[in-house]
Ligand binder design. Structure first.
Ligand code: NAD
Ligand code: GLY
Length: 366
């Protein structure tokens, strides 16, 4: 690294928020999450420090490419990094084998070697696909995540889950593969459609309900009392909460399962409504209310007052809280192809900050 690059990175590091992730495994995994409004223009310098080879492939989607790809490409080329771009069609429907086949071909055409790097630049769809490709291209190349949706910033870019959908179900093909760095530029969230932003807020409410009542109050005060939301604080706090869980249970044997709060019913409702009708975060909002109601019914949720409180928060954000009338929950649960057991781990809340997992018979849910 040149002295100029060292000085320039030292100045950048002074003004940003950083979360360190350290996962103890056979080969220790370590990476930083850097959060700063406007950090995108520094991508080149940050990549230069990590890149062993000469080339990078930016994987993005058509919407994000139109908005931001020139900025990041320019920043990489300024550091003499040979940069190519693979633009995918946006949307969950394209998170499939054809999509990743397109990325592999672009990697081959541009002669990316094992020393080169993949950059996932977009929402969770792009992040999951590019991450999976990085895990498998030449048996694994370095990759970094530059998430541009709220959901990807606080959830999918942190934790190393990568993958694609197949006709038989969502995320059925995948790998645990961690990025070398996550760069979050909150400025990119300004172009996010409101509905997508709200869907990301749903996962933030989930983190707050599971682990941090103070964060819940901050969200409540923003939506109820119009208090200003410090988005960089929200991003950092959520990355801290998620990465803490990932650090203690990377492969989802125990604590990471808490992150599935609202997802059991959420997934079923999302699938039953058809891809794209309900956004993932919207389905999770419905699932979280269901889980609280169900917990109260079973006597597991001790603090019954949380039901009205969480309903208010989610409604104020603009999220749905009840199962759409055209969806038959029983059918939806049966249709969920990932479910091959009658008994499932269901995440309940005893109270805010007190998640608990209980095995339940799926027939008793319906
Ligand atoms: P997404 O990637 O489809 O993005 C949503 C929409 O926003 C897309 O149309 C995209 O083009 C657009 N967009 C992205 N950034 C934008 C910006 N800055 N301005 C304007 N538009 C922008 O959806 P998502 O909600 O980010 O991610 C959902 C995916 O994430 C799902 O496939 C889900 O399975 C996955 N996921 C993965 C994990 C994980 O741990 N790996 C966790 C949660 C979700
Ligand atoms: N989004 C859930 C997880 O990363 O485990």
């Amino acid at each position: 690294m040149t002295l100029a690059l060292q000085i320039s990175l030292a100045c950048l590091y002074l003004y940003l928020k950083k979360v360190k992730v350290k996962i103890k495994s056979k080969n220790e995994i370590k990476y930083n999450i850097l959060i700063k409004n406007g950090i995108l223009k520094n991508t080149g310098k940050l990549v230069k420090k990590l890149l062993i080879g000469k080339r990078v492939l930016i994987v993005t989607d058509n919407i994000v490419a139109n908005l931001y790809v020139d900025k990041i490409k320019k920043s990489l080329e300024k550091e003499n990094i040979i940069t190519s771009v693979c633009v995918l069609e946006n949307g969950e429907a394209n998170k499939n084998i054809e999509g990743i086949s397109n990325i592999y071909s672009t990697l081959a055409k541009n002669e990316l070697s094992r020393k080169d790097m993949v950059i996932a630049f977009g929402g969770g769809v792009v992040g999951d696909m590019a991450g999976y490709v990085a895990a498998t291209w030449m048996r694994g190349v370095d990759f970094i995540q530059i998430p541009t949706t709220l959901l990807a910033c606080v959830d999918s870019s942190v934790g190393g889950k990568t993958g694609i959908n197949i006709a038989e179900g969502k995320n059925l093909v995948g790998a645990f593969y961690s990025p070398k760095l996550v760069i979050i530029d909150s400025e990119t969230l300004e172009s996010l459609p409101k509905r997508e932003f709200n869907a990301g807020m749903s996962e933030i409410v989930k983190h707050a309900l599971l682990f941090d009542e103070k964060l819940l109050e901050t969200i409540e005060n923003h939506y109820n009392k119009n208090e200003k939301l410090d988005i960089d604080y929200i991003l950092k706090r959520n990355c801290e909460l998620k990465s803490h869980i990932v650090q203690i249970d990377y492969k989802e044997k125990k604590e990471r399962m808490f992150l599935n709060f609202g997802h059991t019913i959420g997934h079923s409702v999302e699938n039953a409504s058809g891809y794209g009708v309900l956004l993932h975060g919207e389905a999770v909002a419905i699932g979280m209310i269901f889980a609280i109601e169900y917990g109260i019914k079973l006597g597991i949720t001790k603090n019954k007052n949380i039901l009205e409180r969480v309903k208010n928060i989610l409604s104020n954000i603009g999220l749905p809280i009840s199962i759409p009338e055209n969806i038959n929950l029983k059918e939806a649960i049966k249709l969920d192809k990932k479910r091959n057991n009658e008994k499932i781990n269901f995440v309940f809340l005893e109270d805010i900050g007190k998640p608990i997992i209980e095995k339940v018979d799926i027939n008793s849910i319906m």
